[in-house]
Design a protein. Structure first.
Length: 117
């Protein structure tokens, strides 16, 4: 059992309104996809988006369970790579443990090697 505190009790002596959010960006009216994508952090809180995430999660969980029960092993290509996998591409550069690294653009070469392993 976790012995960490589960919260804090606060005593409030006063409250001051510093701003009133009158024009909340997402209201019950219909919005276009472009507007909703610009406010994605709010859109994802809606009932419909929450339902979509729950359904996707269940499909992924059931798929993993099925293939695990059939003896398959899930593999993922690397997210970071030391160079462009297929050359000629512009890559997003970063440092990984003080080494040059790039966000991988293609898992094809990795998956081909795994398929033959």
């Amino acid at each position: 059992m976790n012995d960490l505190p589960l919260g804090y009790e606060l005593l409030v002596n006063g409250i001051e309104i510093i701003h009133q959010a009158v024009d909340y960006p997402i209201t019950p009216k219909e919005h276009g996809t472009e507007f909703l994508m610009d406010h994605r952090h709010l859109w994802l809180r809606s009932k419909r988006q929450h339902a979509v995430m729950k359904i996707r999660n269940e499909i992924i969980r059931a798929t993993y369970e099925f293939f695990n029960n059939e003896g398959f092993t899930k593999v993922d290509p690397p997210i970071l790579t030391g160079s462009s996998p297929e050359g000629g591409s512009e890559l997003f550069h970063t440092k990984y443990f003080e080494e040059d690294a790039y966000l991988s653009q293609s898992g094809q070469l990795h998956i081909e090697a795994l398929a033959m392993a």
